[in-house]
Design a protein around this ligand. Sequence first.
Ligand code: NAP
Length: 309
Amino acid sequence: MQTIDVVNGPQGVSRIILGCMRMPALSVQDAATMLRTASEEGINFYDHATCYGMGEAETRFGDAFQVAGLKREEVVIQSKCGLHHRDRKEFDWSRDDILDSVDGSLSRLKTDYLDVLLLHRPDLLFEPEQVAEAFERLEKSGKVRFFGVSNVTPGQLMLLKKFVRQPLVFNQLQFSLDQTQLIDGGLYMNNLKTERSIDRDNEVLNYCRLNDITVQAWSPLQFGMFKGCFVDHPDFPELNEVLGQLGEQYHVPKTAIAIAWILRHPAHMQAIAGTMNPQHLKDICAASNVNLTHQEWYRLYLASGKFLP
Ligand SMILES: NC(=O)c1ccc[n+]([C@@H]2O[C@H](COP(=O)([O-])OP(=O)(O)OC[C@H]3O[C@@H](n4cnc5c(N)ncnc54)[C@H](OP(=O)(O)O)[C@@H]3O)[C@@H](O)[C@H]2O)c1
């Protein structure tokens, strides 16, 4: 498994993360099997959010982690706060909500500390002073080691950084061979023929690279917003043909090529795999041994429906 040392953040972390959003669907025993498989494959990083299964994902993980017999100090547990889309229908980055959220996560995950806390999605009413106060308390109490954000723009990051003392070391963003809005603007800039020229996030990728913020790609195998996995999907014949050809060439499954495409980007991103199937996870982890060439990377990008301007 390829690892990275995150600047100002955790060291030696796996470039493939196990995302636990879909973990509520598993029994504790099956979740323990997933965690053991992840560990055997070299994954030492787990992504959560308070909202996944309304807390069920964290609860299942907390129970399964004990059954799996993994060592707490050998893994990085990340959770996210502030997203109340089901219960309260609002996003909330206020000091007390952040603090309450972390306490809830710690109790469900059955741990004393989070390695990483991310602000999940921007709260339109956020007051950076309140975030700063919450982070200060969480760091001082030892409840959180490192901090970051998710789905956050450069302007919001700059505003946070004016008040928050701790480095913001991660930005979790949507990125897959189908969902390429993170990079498209850079290729099609100033091109009136395609909507892909629209800069939808104020060049967040360049901002992150310039400021030592590691990008974590969420839903790396999905098309649309949770519409399904594009690998072996009949709507993506050209992409699957190229994934298949490169898979044969590198002796790995197609999903490994799709993940290797993300890992090949020079931003040194992590990819968050959301599968809850142990064999699917092993397939994905084979990406760690694949280093696509410059031309192969473009071949996949073009096969996913894009063109060279
Ligand atoms: N920050 C954010 O806003 C945000 C948003 C969404 C997600 N996330 C994070 O990103 C993680 C990953 O998201 P995701 O689950 O949508 O990602 P994903 O890895 O792109 O998709 C996983 C889904 O694809 C299915 N799938 C079908 N065939 C597969 C195959 N051959 N190999 C692998 N998977 C296959 C999986 O089913 P099986 O389980 O049957 O394999 C699973 O339902 C989440 O767990 C969460 O941690 C963050």
